[in-house]
Write a protein that binds this ligand. Sequence first.
Ligand SMILES: [Zn+2]
Ligand SMILES: [Zn+2]
Ligand SMILES: [Zn+2]
Length: 139
Amino acid sequence: MRNSTNVVLLTLFASALPDRVNIGPINLRMRCFVSRPLQCFSCYSYGHGKCSCKEASRCGNCSALNSYSEEHCNAAAYCFHCRDAHQVRARQCPRYRLEQDILQLANSQFISLGSARRTVLVRHLMLHWPLSLQPSLPV
Ligand SMILES: [Zn+2]
Ligand SMILES: [Zn+2]
Ligand SMILES: [Zn+2]
């Protein structure tokens, strides 16, 4: 259900792009902007890349801190974002979907990521997140 909504949003935005942006560099920038949520491949937080990461690295499988060995990790998959049993960068993670929705809203409404984040957070908190997890979400 949510997947089909995502596809529709992406399609609409893609078909609107050529009308609004016809300069090479800007076009390129818009495409980068709508791609995927930026997730750090060291600490697995969202919003920065590995090169600018100042956090302790995590295992991408079990979320253990100071771990570089996810390929050899034998622990059960655990996601520190949503505290569920999947790998940290799993696409079904509600945190990943949240970041993706923020990007899509910001791009389709031409609003800032900040105001898109607030709108999407309210919607997601009500729909998808257990009450106990809400304080751990950045606003
Ligand atoms: Zn990081
Ligand atoms: Zn691990
Ligand atoms: Zn998760």
